[in-house]
Design a protein around this ligand. Structure first.
Ligand code: HEM
Length: 228
């Protein structure tokens, strides 16, 4: 493990995430964690956790407030940032041999071994997997959560199934979010990506090394020639 590398503005930097993507990401992070800890207090009937939110009633209230903020933020960002959402989906659909190569070699890199990773697009093979699983789980959490909230308007079987879906999606999303948080901050070599989500830019040399295809297409000679 390492600390997040120093932010350097004395070297060339390139934009990675715009303000809308960054604010949506961080509002989602905060509301997800609030839902997780309040949800765990309810799920485990854990007094020691509920007491932080003023008891079980407080935990239920914080859970609902965070859930509303999360739902409104995600839906608004999807409408305002529809172009970005389409670009992100297009990148996911570019899943190819280079992504399979990434997934095969990543365990060795994760353990600190030196391996040559094939060139990656805007999101590498691991990020593409995370982008498929985590948003799916978050959508399942949102849909099942709204059903649980108003049980009297749905059939009892759907409400019971929604509790199961909510709990299983919570476990899977939490595993994915934990790995994502580590890889996007403290993992040696990938820590620079944190600055992309915090300040919006990453070092150009890091982008060229970690996301060669994306860098060439967006900022490289080919992109510059097309822009002229
Ligand atoms: C829009 C998003 C969400 C909505 C509308 C929602 C709604 C709800 C509601 C109404 C409850 C029942 C609360 C009570 O009994 O007082 C609940 C429970 C719970 N929620 Fe959520 N929630 C959402 C997101 C999340 C997220 C992101 C997580 C975790 C990552 C989560 C984890 C849980 C857990 C673990 C429970 C306890 C379930 C049980 O007792 O079996 N929820 N949620």
């Amino acid at each position: 493990m390492q600390w997040i590398p120093e932010y350097r503005d004395d070297v060339p930097r390139v934009e990675r995430f715009n303000l809308l993507a960054r604010s949506t990401h961080w509002i989602h992070t905060v509301t997800f964690l609030l839902c997780l800890f309040t949800g765990l207090a309810l799920f485990l009937r854990a007094d020691w956790l509920a007491v932080i939110f003023g008891g079980f009633r407080g935990a239920g209230l914080v859970h609902r407030i965070a859930a509303v903020v999360m739902t409104v933020t995600i839906l608004t960002a999807m409408v305002i940032g529809v172009k970005g959402v389409i670009a992100w989906l297009k990148d996911l659909l570019r899943f190819g041999m280079n992504d399979i190569g990434f997934l095969l070699k990543f365990p060795a890199e994760f353990l600190g071994l030196k391996v040559k990773i094939p060139p990656q697009t805007r999101f590498n093979g691991g990020e593409k997997m995370n982008s498929m699983v985590t948003p799916t789980m978050v959508f399942l959490l949102m849909i099942s959560g709204w059903i649980i909230w108003w049980p009297s308007i749905w059939w009892p079987g759907l409400v019971r199934a929604s509790y199961w879906i909510h709990d299983i999606a919570m476990i899977l999303a939490t595993i994915m979010v934990s790995m994502h948080a580590y890889l996007g901050s403290f993992h040696p070599g990938s820590g620079e990506s944190f600055w992309g989500m915090w300040k919006g830019t990453v070092r150009a040399d890091w982008a060229q090394h970690h996301h060669t295809i994306w860098y060439d297409e967006t900022y490289g000679e080919k992109a510059q020639a097309e822009a002229e």
